[in-house]
Write a protein that binds this ligand. Structure first.
Ligand code: NAD
Ligand code: G3P
Length: 323
């Protein structure tokens, strides 16, 4: 299976490294310096510095070069997947969606965006607790690889699997997507807890109540509870709510310490998907009458409301049943 990767950020590069264990890989990157660095020095100095990359990875700046690949890993940020896929020659090529987010304006998950652009392409979703630098370094990692077509799932899984990279099978594409999209918003909230020094109890409470939000939203959209409780949901929520290696958690940390969202987001080259997903997730939840108070709180923080006021309001909500 000749793999192509769309996106030369940290995660696209790490996944190219995973795929390169089983053969040559062609990676499309938007930045000419990334293309040049990978081809000339086997390193992505911009987004994954310090990791020696496999010589099996070749980079290109032309999406047209991806024509004829047997599968494409789609790793552009969620807000750009539609635009990039429109310029990619796809036809019936399986698309493995690896970005985590919901498209602003349309409120579509990345899989729905891909399906709208390339209706004949089979869709799979790869998601889970996966910091790119650990995956690229070959540290043990497990992911959900979801696809409605079980034979395609099996061939993608066997192409990507290695002793340090274990894809678990699922047919719940929507569940795998929702876990990854929602956890980014909740990771911002967990960072705020850390930044405002609210303590370990508060963080554990936020993870549990955040998981309740993820479950309410996911089940309303047809996700299966076992997917939400698995690697792509709870697993990834725990990872990103526990570490400053998470860009979303780090964004929240800054907000909790009193920095302004606009300042924290200005000029950053790496993506904190939760900042884009939070408003659209809150809109989608409100429209479906799903209670998501932590998501709403993250939206207010991103709009510039001071962390102290947002935290006070969250804690002053009426008491309710846990279930
Ligand atoms: N980094 C990780 O550890 C990790 C792990 C799992 C999933 N993801 C997900 O992968 C996706 C990509 O994140 P990343 O970490 O690889 O990115 P990154 O933060 O390392 O780099 C930013 C990426 O955005 C791209 N970009 C910026 N503007 C663009 C535009 N207008 N059109 C197309 N692309 C544009 C850049 O080319 C670059 O590839 C995100 O959805 C993220 O949530 C990341
Ligand atoms: O750095 P973050 O917050 O985008 O998280 C990266 C991955 O999604 C972790 O699984």
């Amino acid at each position: 299976m000749r793999i192509g990767v769309i996106g030369g950020g940290a995660w696209g590069t790490a996944l190219a490294q995973v795929a390169a264990r089983g053969g040559e890989v062609l990676l499309w990157a938007r930045e000419p310096e990334v293309v040049e660095g990978i081809n000339a020095r086997h390193e992505n100095m911009t987004f994954l510095p310090g990791v020696p990359l496999s010589p099996n990875i070749r980079a290109t700046g032309l999406l047209a070069d991806l024509a004829g690949r047997d599968a494409l890993l789609v790793v552009a940020p969620a807000q750009h997947v539609g635009a990039v896929l429109r310029d990619t020659p796809v036809d019936r090529t399986p698309l493995v969606l690896c970005a985590k987010g919901i498209e602003a304006g349309t409120r579509r998950l990345v899989g729905e965006v891909a399906q709208a652009v390339h209706p004949d392409a089979p869709i799979a979703v790869l998601s889970g607790p996966t910091f790119a630098h650990e995956v690229a370094a070959g540290l043990p990692t497990a992911v959900t690889l979801a696809c409605a077509d079980e034979a395609l799932q099996a061939s993608l899984a066997s192409r990507l699997a290695s002793p340090s990279f274990r894809p678990y099978a699922s047919t719940d594409v929507i569940g795998a997507e929702i876990g990854g999209a929602v956890k980014n918003v909740l990771a911002i909230a967990c960072g705020v807890v850390e930044g405002a020094a609210l303590g370990q109890n508060a963080r554990a409470a936020l993870i549990a109540r955040g998981f309740a939000e993820m479950t309410r939203f996911g089940m309303a959209r047809g996700a299966r509870p076992e997917t939400l409780a698995g690697l792509s949901g709870l697993g990834d929520l725990v990872l990103t709510c526990s570490s400053t290696s998470s860009r979303n958690f780090s964004l929240g940390l800054g907000l909790g310490q009193g920095a302004k969202a606009a300042d924290l987001l200005a000029d950053r080259r790496t993506v904190a998907e939760g900042a884009f997903t939070a408003p659209v997730l809150a809109e989608a939840a409100a429209q479906a009458d799903i209670d998501m108070p932590i998501t709403d709180a993250v939206c207010r923080l991103l709009e510039g409301v001071p962390a102290r006021a947002v935290i006070d309001d969250l804690l002053a909500r009426p008491l309710r049943d846990e279930a």
